[in-house]
Design a protein around this ligand. Sequence first.
Ligand code: IPD
Length: 296
Amino acid sequence: MARLPDQPVARVGRAPMGTGRERSGPAERKSLAPRSATITVMIRAAFAAAKNLKRDFGEVENLQVSEKGPGDFVSHADVKAERTLRAELARTRPEYGFLGEEGGETRGDGRNRWIVDPIDGTTNFLHGVPHFAISIGLEREGEIIAGVIYQPISDELFWAEKGNGAYVDTPTARSRRLRVSGRKDPARALVATGIPHLGKGGLDAYLPKLENVAKRTAGIRRWGAASLDFAFVAAGRYDAFFEVGLAPWDVAAGILMVREAGGVVSDIAGKPYELGGPTILASNFGMHQPMIELLA
Ligand code: IPD
């Protein structure tokens, strides 16, 4: 099995920290799959941020009844989570650059860059819907080489490394290798998407595509956290996912997850996807061409 250059390989679940600080994340869960030191750093950062996010999510439920709602509180939680991620990642990789949804870009060594969404699925979080994730991608020389997506509420941890596969830890399964589904008939396929909403353009161009897909497939899901849409394609739960107008932090970890699970990522016309490009399509191999046709 190919390994990333940053050895040694560690087998860790919940990190034995040595810093004395309490971590969130799954209880004593040793990985059965090889993880590089970099992936271990990413997972530890995600668990550290998740600890506060879980507490803040509980508070959001209380704030729903206030007149103002939890808006400001959630913005603060988002910024706080990004700060935690930034600090944790910088602790062992101080030279790496950082691009976050909340704090923007910090230039680093020009070679490595973390691409981070502290809460992907902010609208869900804001409304007390337990479907959101921390997403961390690592870009090296323009290519995503590692990704972690952690759903703190369901406690599902997805991770992938270039050339080393994609895996998931759940409360009941450890280091399960991710594989995209084998379905290639649109009539049997479950397709995820994101629908442009207030403040996002492109609804008029999007709707006929959605109509086409809806008429030809077994079902559409719009769950509101793109990183998890990718992870679910990688896990074979969805057969395809498409969206317009996603930002680099929404997709960085997810595109690697799908590719390492044997899936395909392109733009909706089937051309190579450039990070931050206007459209994206992720699917298993058999559904890729049918989706391109439905989205044309
Ligand atoms: C959003 C989610 C959502 C997608 C939006 C994104 P955010 O990210 O991923 O699923 O439809 O386009 O902006 O704002 O919650 O980090």
